[in-house]
Design a protein around this ligand. Structure first.
Ligand code: ZN
Length: 156
């Protein structure tokens, strides 16, 4: 999670909400890939940290199945990323801060563990949640976009 936090910090340079992700190989320690939110930087609505990290991990492995891998992300995945994580067949999703307003790994929805789906990764939440949330609250406090309120919504 420390690596994901460092990755999250890189998002701010591109004007993006600080969310970072890393994909760990099946051994649980080798970092296959990392990513941070690049939606503003690239103008790509799907450029969330998780999507970028799993794309890079798959490219590194040379196949789309990330079986055995763990994705670590600083903020609870949204519905898009939760869907991508299910599709990638990762074994484990570890997240930091909960996203009560848009989280899809247990807060608002639980897409990753939906019993109707064939693949359901294990979910471990609330890992260093205060550190992960602090990055977001600091970012929104300093962002002119949120001066009109709604400052706690991590709308990345
Ligand atoms: Zn997402």
């Amino acid at each position: 999670m420390r690596l994901a936090l460092a990755e999250a910090g890189r998002a701010v340079r591109g004007g993006d909400v600080p969310v970072g992700a890393v994909v760990l190989a099946a051994d649980g320690t080798t970092v296959l890939a990392s990513g941070h939110n690049e939606r503003e930087a690239t103008g790509d609505p799907t450029a969330h940290a998780e999507v970028l990290a799993i794309r890079r991990a798959a490219a590194d492995l040379g196949e789309w199945r990330l079986s055995g891998c763990t994705l670590v992300v600083t903020l609870e995945p949204c519905t898009m990323c939760a869907g991508a994580l299910v599709q990638s067949r990762v074994d484990r999703v570890v997240y930091g801060a909960r996203d009560e307003k848009a989280g899809a790994a247990g807060s608002l929805w639980d897409v990753v563990r939906d019993r109707r789906l064939n693949h359901r990764p294990e979910v471990i939440g609330d890992v260093l949640p205060d550190d992960c949330a602090r990055l977001l609250t600091d970012f929104f406090r300093n962002s002119p976009r949120t001066s009109s309120g709604d400052s706690h919504r991590p709308d990345r």
